[in-house]
Design a protein around this ligand. Sequence first.
Ligand code: UGA
Length: 445
Amino acid sequence: MSLRISVIGTGYLGAVHAACMAELGHTVVGIDVDAKKIEALSQGRSPIYEPGLTDLLTRMTETGRLSWSTDISAAADADVHFVCVGTPQRAGEYAANTDYVFAAFTALAPHMKAGSIAVGKSTVPVGTVPRVLEAIRENVPDGVDARLVWNPEFLREGFAVKDTLTPDRFVYGVEGEFADADVEKLDEVYAKALAAGTPRLVTNYATAELVKVSANAFLATKISFINAMAEICEATGGDVLALADAIGHDERIGRKFLGAGVGFGGGCLPKDIRAFLARGEELGLPDSVDFLRGVDATNLRRRERVVTLVEGALGDVAGKPIAVLGAAFKPNSDDIRDSPALDVAERLVQLGADVRVHDPEALPVARANRPGPNYVDTVDEALDGAQIVLHLTEWKQYRELDPTDVASKVAGKVVIDGRNVLDGGRWADAGFTVHSLGRPVVEAR
Ligand code: UGA
């Protein structure tokens, strides 16, 4: 059955969610306080780089089922309201900032009609949802029940459309007298994926909040585990790639998310583990989450390691041209939040290096938000005369670079593969000394 849906917050999560809900046949209005985003979306343009999103927006705009507004009252007709606003790390603290979540639900509540439900998708610290419900209760019109489901989102940037349309599971956090009716309503929203067999878990609020943060904490831990092993490999002559392959064959461990390298970044993993540490303290359970301090520290040490390798290769880096390939925190995204690549680039700028950063999609957002490095529009401009090449975000076009061609452009034949995906043998054949993270150096030949 087709429903009327509002999606509040049209960032990385909400823009995709709104378009996907329209794709499922629902009539959707996406709402944001950012007029620029709404203007772009209204013209069928995506405010972010996300594969498949522009196509989907174009198609959905043509159906007439998808519209956009800066006015929260546009949500009034909807049966289901999804809140998809961000919960970034608070400046100078580990805790997540939930102000946008409370602001969104508080603004929405007066426009809720009888029988409609509010659904939170934002990642929030455990214990937040009952307070959100209270905020809704205080602001709904007389005679309208405050109904709230917590329905965390597990999409990965770069695969956001697919992950939203065909997720690997749904989690509904429900409580109170409307719990059964709320589950039914959300089942109508996701009817297509549910009919295809997608598992759906119904939990209480606290569990639903925890599912999201604990999933991200686990993924971050897995990456830092293999990066810690990379440090041991570096000291002992081991090869972390072979190590990951070998332990990954054990089905209990699995090979996924054992990609050693310059570590995790983005708007989710780093801030979620820090928010969990802060929440653990508040709950009087710092020991339960203390391991995440090590996870964070290991992750950040990998960025230092790249800088150390550069200094090892070049000595004093002041004034030396350095090519940095990649600015986004991962390929197929223009998201630069907590990007390891930009962090490394900025440290080298601080040391006086002439750092040229290229990225296929993230340059506009990097130029606007992270001045410092010299951002260049082509790979060749980054490579031209460079004394060292740093491969820090594994875009396909970098993996496919011809090392012989690169060799003809650079001044120094040293490459650091921060993502462990380049073919070291081919680069060595082209005259490069190849440093990877957690792997033996491959000497030029
Ligand atoms: C992450 C989770 O994977 C999603 O399930 C979750 O929904 C999302 O956060 C969120 O909280 O919204 P995302 O941040 O898009 O998704 O990116 P990931 O694919 O998880 O990658 C995170 C970082 O880890 C990237 O910087 C990536 O380069 C790095 N990574 C990933 C590694 O260093 N090694 C790996 O083996 C895998």
